[in-house]
Design a protein around this ligand. Sequence first.
Ligand code: NAP
Length: 247
Amino acid sequence: MSTETGRVVIVTGGSRGLGAGIVQSYLDSGDLVATCARSRTDEVARWQDDPATADRLLFSEVDLSDRPATTAFVNEVIERWDHVDVLVNNAGVARDGILGMSRDEDIDLVIDLNIKGTLHITRQVSRRMLARGSGHIVNISSIVGLSGYRGLAVYSSTKAALDGMTRSLARELGSRGIYVNSVAPGYLRTEMSHGLDEDQLQQIVRRTPAGRLGEPQDIARIVQFLTAPENDYITGQVIVADGGLTA
Ligand code: NAP
């Protein structure tokens, strides 16, 4: 077991985009961070090569829709760092297209990761948190789970499901010292939003009171706030962070 100090944090899908921003913010706070994705990126290699972060980062190539692989990843974190203080369910995938034309494979891919994969890792981690009587869980959902978006029926179903999971788990775990919230971002400048064309992005920016798209740090700050040890009263909430787009 490690003698390093700092919270033990799991961030799913931390290899790029929002997840990488969240991993970076916990590394900056001195925490021990485990993350996974299906493939390693330059960002992950940078953390692994940097003496300031190398010992505090655990990265595994894991497909979170693969239950045995996910269980093995959680076990690896426990073996290395003994417990988990924070779980951030960030990994998610979207497939565009009107529902009437969608293919079985695309529906399954999105549901297998966004809902089933998230439920599975949360089951594994919450079990450990229950044994310790403490923990914080954040689910990254989306404003499209609240307000919808044409062409994203499958994806928005999964994000609404995460918010439902947040509320039920908050009730299930609150009396045991475990706090569960969702953060619902608006549109972020990441690979996922590359599916939107420049006109759509400009329209979103025009309609956003803050006058810009979101950046990973905008969301990472909120995740940090919700998972701080001091937060033992906000639970079961969906915190919308969209620059006012849905105000
Ligand atoms: P992204 O750039 O596409 O990154 C997604 C991350 O998840 C990557 O690390 C990816 O790595 C990993 N991932 C995807 N499928 C996986 C799988 N089956 N198993 C393990 N890891 C997997 O997306 P993002 O924009 O940062 O989005 C992060 C979260 O924010 C998602 O839940 C998304 O729904 C949500 N969100 C995004 C926006 C936005 O505008 N971008 C808005 C609201 C909410 P690999 O591909 O290598 O596996």
